[in-house]
Structure formats: structure tokens, C-alpha cells
Design a protein around this ligand. Structure first.
Ligand code: SAM
Ligand code: SF4
Length: 318
């Protein structure tokens, strides 16, 4: 469906849980997040109903995220159901990869198309530090398994963090040399209780070009992609730069977000949310509400005017 700013809105991101088995420093507050009671989280039948309605409005692509989507019980069944919906062309997942070794095959068989895996360092000790206890080996094994069952093309999401991983930029880029793996450097966003931590550790991803000037900019296959794309001269995979702050990609934004507790966000950086779960549980018809959300998606975000996201990323899903 075309919104009032001429954009084709065809992509829905669904956070299926705000729980996670890791505690990344920029995402999960030290004391954890306020536990959401089970009944506040969208049930799978509700997610399915919302997706069906969105499909009739032109949504073709879905991304499952979280929290960590693979810690939600029954996730394979949800993917199986969504992948069978007529009109859905792609179901992707963003995951920290720690449980992929166990689930990749089932996910593929259930209809998942591909995965983005978040990984901010290739060094064991640093991984343990940034995730507060995570084990790098599990993620690397998860990546291998995802490759094996062809949840491809695999994209690695690397959040750039000052004084933490700028020395590994070349190592990450090198992964794209011999394999069709995409590495995307994402700028830290000031979100929720960790706003100040992220502002202090923010690093513009222009540093990637400075460190690796041989990268060649290439045309993006997908104009709605928030990334600018590059390649090593003899590289097989792409290197993406995602600058939510220093470079706006609002004019091509094609996405709507559904939070784990049943709220719709038309813009990641806006605090405006529509409580769709409440309307559904009150027995209201949500068709027109969904139409209006898509139609009136904001033209652009106001991050550089000091607006920032108040909710934790775990509830929204990135
Ligand atoms: N647990 C899954 C994972 O880590 O991939 C999915 C959810 S996580 C919230 C989705 C993405 O958001 C991850 O790539 C993560 O690195 C990113 N993210 C979380 N907090 C962020 C922040 N403050 N700034 C930029 N990216 C962030
Ligand atoms: Fe968990 Fe993903 Fe947030 Fe890390 S970024 S704490 S893995 S939800």
C-alpha cells in the first residue's frame, strides 16, 4: 500500500518477545527489564490475525525479531503458519545466533527464508563482556548451521561501539572476501534507559570508509534498504553501512513495527504507538486502524532534534 508520502509500505517487523538469553550492554539495562506478564505479550493467534490483515494491505515481507525470538516457545509453529499465508514472499529473522545451531534446520523447514545474526566482536573475551556472559563459539556454530541449511544470504549485524570494536572493522570486512555473507555496520542509537551509554559510545560509521578506503560503493538491490552498500574489489559479500542518525533513510522507509506487547509503531524513532492488542481484545475491528497507520506513517524522524526512543529495544526489536 502506498502511504501519503508516496512510499510503498510492504514490510512488517514483529517482535515476538522482550525476553533474551543475552544482556548486550547497549540493549539490556544492568538490572534487566521490567518483566512483562505473559498475558501482556501478543498470542500467536493474535499475531497471525494482524499479519493476515496487513497482507491484505500489501505487506509482503516479514521479519521476526525480539528480544531473542528463538527463546519464545512455539516459534517454529508461528513461522510455519505465517509462511503459509498467501501473499507473504519472505520471512526473515534477526537473532543473536546462540540457538541457531539447534533450530536452523527446523526454521528452514518451517519456511524461514534467511537470518540476520547480530555479532559485535570476533574475540571470545570481548563477546563475553559485551553480552554479559555470552559464548562466541555458540554463535559461530549457529552461523555455520544457518549456512548449511541455506538460511541465506546471511547478514551479520555489527553495532559499532567506540573503544570496543573499531579495531575489528577490517576483520569483519574480511569475512565478505570469500563468502557471500553481508556485514552491516550499524550506528548505536540512543534508546531507553541506555540512552546515555549509547551517546557516549557512539561512533559514526564513516570510520569504516576511513579504515578501509579500498571499499567500492555499489548500487543497492533494494531501494528501501537502510544501508549504503560497498564491496571489497575482489569480495563476494557486501558491506553495508546503516546510519540511522547521521544519514536519514526515511524517504525510502517501507516498514511498520509490531511490538511484543501488541503496539504498532509506524516509525522506530517516534514514541507514537497504537495499542492494537487492546483494540482486538475489546472485540474491535482493526482493519481501518491498520489502514490509517500505514497511510499516515510519519514523513521522517526527529532524532537530531533531540527526540529519542523511550522504550527498550528488546520490546521493539530493532
Ligand atoms: N536478539 C536479536 C539480536 O540481537 O539480533 C534480535 C533483537 S535485537 C534488539 C535487534 C538488533 O538491534 C540487533 O542487531 C542489535 O544489535 C540491535 N540493537 C539493539 N540495541 C541497539 C542500539 N541501541 N543501537 C543500535 N542497534 C541496536
Ligand atoms: Fe538480546 Fe539482541 Fe538485545 Fe543483545 S541485542 S540483549 S541479543 S535482544
Amino acid at each position: 500500500m502506498i502511504d501519503s508520502h508516496g512510499r510503498n509500505i510492504n514490510y512488517l517487523r514483529i517482535s515476538v518477545t522482550d525476553l533474551c538469553n543475552l544482556r548486550c550492554k547497549y540493549c539490556m539495562p544492568e538490572k534487566g527489564i521490567k518483566k512483562t506478564c505473559h498475558d501482556e505479550i501478543l498470542r500467536f493467534e493474535e499475531i497471525e490475525e494482524i499479519v493476515k490483515k496487513f497482507v491484505s494491505l500489501g505487506i509482503k515481507k516479514i521479519r521476526i525479531t525480539g528480544g531473542e525470538p528463538l527463546v519464545r516457545a512455539g516459534i517454529i509453529t508461528l513461522i510455519e503458519k505465517l509462511s503459509k499465508l498467501k501473499g507473504i514472499e519472505e520471512i526473515a529473522m534477526t537473532t543473536n545466533g546462540t540457538l541457531l545451531k539447534k533450530y536452523a534446520k527446523e526454521l528452514k523447514e518451517a519456511g524461514l527464508t534467511r537470518v540476520n545474526i547480530s555479532l559485535d566482536t570476533l574475540v571470545d573475551e570481548k563477546y563475553r563482556t559485551i553480552t554479559k556472559g555470552g559464548i562466541l563459539k555458540e554463535v559461530l556454530e549457529g552461523i555455520s548451521e544457518a549456512k548449511k541449511v541455506k538460511l541465506t544470504p546471511i547478514k551479520l549485524n555489527v553495532v559499532l561501539i567506540k573503544d570496543f570494536n573499531e579495531d575489528e572493522i577490517m576483520d569483519f570486512i574480511y569475512l565478505t572476501k570469500d563468502e557471500e555473507i553481508d556485514v552491516r555496520f550499524i550506528e548505536l542509537m540512543p534508546i531507553g534507559q541506555l540512552k546515555q551509554w549509547s551517546l557516549n559510545r557512539y561512533l559514526s560509521n564513516e570510520i569504516v570508509i576511513k579504515k578501509v578506503p579500498e571499499l567500492i560503493q555499489i548500487e543497492s538491490r533494494d531501494i528501501s534498504s537502510p544501508a549504503r552498500h560497498y564491496r571489497l574489489p575482489d569480495g563476494k559479500g557486501n558491506v553495508g553501512l546503516i546510519n540511522p542518525i547521521s544519514c536519514k533513510f526515511c524517504s525510502n522507509c517501507n516498514r511498520i513495527r509490531l511490538t511484543a506487547d501488541g503496539k504498532l509503531k509506524a516509525c522506530l524513532h517516534s514514541n507514537n504507538e497504537i495499542y492494537i492488542k487492546g483494540l482486538m481484545r475489546d472485540g474491535k475491528d482493526i482493519t481501518e486502524v491498520l489502514y490509517n497507520i500505514v497511510k499516515h506513517k510519519p514523513k521522517e524522524h526527529g532524532l537530531e532534534n533531540g527526540e529519542y526512543i523511550e522504550r527498550e529495544m528488546t520490546a521493539i526489536g530493532g
